[in-house]
Design a protein around this ligand. Structure first.
Ligand code: C2O
Ligand code: CU
Ligand code: CU
Length: 502
């Protein structure tokens, strides 16, 4: 099987080169609509290459005690993305985006993070269940030239997580500059689930972002007043107009919405079915066959799609009604290689974690998202603890949205969406989550299972993940405390620079 796959990969690379020349003589590839291109044209014209970049895997080094150590460095540089000129970009272990980190459940991981950016930053492990001091939120600032060495034990089901900066007030700008990467957690169950799992071949990461370029090629920011960035150019893994050639009949895409604000309604241009196999925090127990899945900033979804040899189909996003989803774009131009491995039939059940359920007497809390910069009428204050939660508790959190589209992300936990406006969520949203989209005026109730790491002095965040909103103050803090000590812990904390918030 390995040798057959190797042969097919070689064949498809050859195909790309040959057909790439043909495509060159064809002139601009920007005009290629899904239906207007001869089926055999699977390559592309001259530089910059449109072939989907695959972020390198970063698996670290494992020592005798089983501890996995990673080196991660944030850097500034330039990347040639558009003809207008080089773009100033930031990345991890490179100058745009970051490698895909990978570790197994049960492993102890240690990261040496070095900040070579011209300003202070942090690295937040979005979706990771770990102690608050390792979370990389705004309380774990890393100064220019500084180092940070978090360590924790991976103790959660297999999932596609990610990492990004979390500096209060500048997260939007730092992420938009390119700081984001995936962190894949594997476990025994995911390894035997029968899902495509050859990284970059049939298990393909897609970090979807929208950008606008200034005349000199730099990333334009502040493009819309309420939401910050609503770009007119889609970039996937740092590739504009990305093309991918599938060498396997079934391809799994691990999709991260790494955008500042945009909501995507993903479909295939011909309306074909695909199967959603995972959400933010783990595999689904029952895969969902659908033709559309929606994904708001910071959410992840994994889907499996089948394609035939020589076939072409675009993954697209459809326009919607919430302002943050205006516009139709091609996300990825997908082509089946001339010869393709037959797709295995997907299992009808997967070893996903069970839904989180809250007992009748569970603590209930309500959070109202006000305007675009406050929760329960308060703007974020780094020195204020807003909520105190007993470690290991399962609570019912109701999030009410008032005016604009928002989403809601909670650190240090996973949740199940119980209902949205009193109805069960869409089937594609029924897996474990850490971020939920809220249309204007919607209310969602979440059954939230919190981590067991008590630390009354170091808070976790919860916030809208539209980055402009989180920077403006639509964010608040909770601490996890030893059960029974809720009334004894301080509600004021030391801030990273000793002062008060902003
Ligand atoms: Cu993606 Cu507060 O994080
Ligand atoms: Cu997070
Ligand atoms: Cu928001």
């Amino acid at each position: 099987m390995t040798s057959r796959r190797t042969f097919l990969r070689a064949a498809s690379v050859l195909g790309l080169q040959t057909l790439g020349l043909a495509a060159c003589t064809n002139g601009s590839h920007h005009q290629h609509g899904a239906g207007s291109v001869p089926a055999e044209v699977t390559g592309h014209g001259g530089p910059p290459t449109r072939s989907l970049r695959i972020p390198p895997l970063l698996e670290g080094t494992v020592d005798g005690t089983g501890r996995r150590t990673f080196e991660l460095t944030a850097q500034a540089g330039t990347t040639q993305l558009v003809a207008a000129g080089p773009t100033r970009t930031w990345g991890y272990n490179g100058v745009l985006l970051g490698p895909t980190m990978r570790a197994r459940r049960g492993e102890r991981v240690a990261v040496t993070f070095t900040n070579e950016l011209p300003e202070a930053s942090t690295v937040h492990w979005h979706g990771m269940i770990l102690p608050a001091e390792m979370d990389g939120g705004p309380h774990q600032m890393v100064d220019v030239g500084g180092m940070w060495t978090p360590t924790w034990t991976i103790d959660q089901p297999a999932a596609t997580l990610w990492y990004h900066p979390h500096v209060h007030g500048t997260t939007a700008r730092q992420v938009y500059a390119g700081l984001a990467g995936l962190f894949i957690v594997d476990d025994d169950a995911s390894a035997t689930a029968g899902l495509p799992s050859e990284y970059g071949i049939d298990d393909v990461p897609l970090v979807i972002q929208d950008k606008t370029f200034d005349d000199d090629g730099s990333f334009a920011d502040e493009t819309v007043p309420t939401f910050g960035i609503m770009g007119d150019t889609i970039m996937v893994n740092g590739t504009i107009d990305a093309e991918f050639t599938a060498t396997s009949g079934a391809t799994r895409f691990r999709i991260l919405n790494g955008s500042n604000a945009r909501l995507y309604h993903l479909e295939f241009a011909d309306g074909r079915d695909f199967t959603v196999v995972a959400t933010d925090a783990g595999l689904l127990s029952e895969p969902v066959v659908t033709t559309r899945v929606s994904i708001s900033p910071a959410e992840r979804v994994e889907l499996v799609v089948t394609i035939a040899a020589g076939e072409r189909v675009d993954m697209v996003t459809r326009s919607g009604d919430y302002d943050v989803d205006e516009g139709e774009f091609v996300i990825l131009r997908l082509t089946g290689a001339p010869e393709i491995l037959a797709a295995d039939v997907l299992a009808t059940t997967l070893p996903g974690p069970p839904a989180i359920t809250a007992a009748g007497e569970a603590t209930r809390r309500t959070f109202t998202l006000n305007g675009h910069d406050a929760i329960n009428r308060k703007e974020m204050d780094l020195a204020r603890i807003d909520t105190i939660v007993p470690a290991g508790a399962t609570e019912l959190w109701t999030v009410e949205n008032t005016v604009y589209a928002h989403n809601f992300h909670i650190h240090g936990c996973a949740f199940t969406i119980v209902d949205v406006d009193g109805r069960p969520p869409d089937p594609t949203q029924r897996g474990l989550k850490d971020t939920v989209f809220l249309p204007p005026k919607a209310t969602a109730t979440l059954a939230v299972e919190f981590a067991t790491y008590a630390d009354p002095h170091r808070p976790f965040m919860y916030h809208c993940h539209i980055l402009r909103h989180e920077d403006e103050g639509m964010m608040a803090q909770y601490v996890l405390v030893e059960p029974g000590t809720e009334h004894t812990v301080p509600t004021v904390v030391a801030t990273p620079h000793g002062g008060h918030g902003h």
